[in-house]
Design a protein around this ligand. Structure first.
Ligand code: AMP
Ligand code: ZN
Length: 114
């Protein structure tokens, strides 16, 4: 999709600190980290939100979730715990309309979130 920041990161047109890749996903460091580990996992193809990703079928949502876990393992936070968040819609604070899973870890996190 044109004019999509994360599509541009997926193609390599926009630089990002990539940490992992799978056939249909990439993972890269959030530019404004909210925890010692803060990585975003995205499908390379454009889906605006979680509902669209779930509707894609063919195991794509599974691949994103599996990559989120691999990110946590690679960062060494799978033992201490990590959080995976899909901000969806304006009240949840979704600012980039290309679905992304935030993987956060490396510190204790409050529940419920603010
Ligand atoms: P959300 O608010 O859930 O849509 O999350 C968007 C996230 O993308 C925020 O945490 C931003 O810090 C992050 N972000 C924005 N631009 C970039 C970029 N160029 N590289 C990496 N992360 C980015
Ligand atoms: Zn996109």
């Amino acid at each position: 999709m044109t004019d999509c920041l994360f599509c541009s990161i997926a193609t390599g047109e926009t630089a990002a600190a990539r940490v992992l890749e799978s056939p249909r996903t990439i993972a890269f460091r959030d530019i404004s980290p909210q925890a010692p580990t803060h990585v975003l996992v995205i499908p390379k193809d454009h889906y605006p939100d979680l509902a669209a990703l779930a509707g894609a079928g063919a195991g794509l949502l599974d691949e994103v979730a599996a990559q989120a876990h691999r990110v946590a393992v690679a960062a060494g936070v799978d033992g201490t715990g990590y959080r995976v968040i899909f901000n969806t819609g304006p009240q949840a604070g979704q600012t980039v309309q290309h679905v992304h899973a935030h993987v956060l870890g490396g510190r204790a996190m409050a529940w419920p979130p603010g």
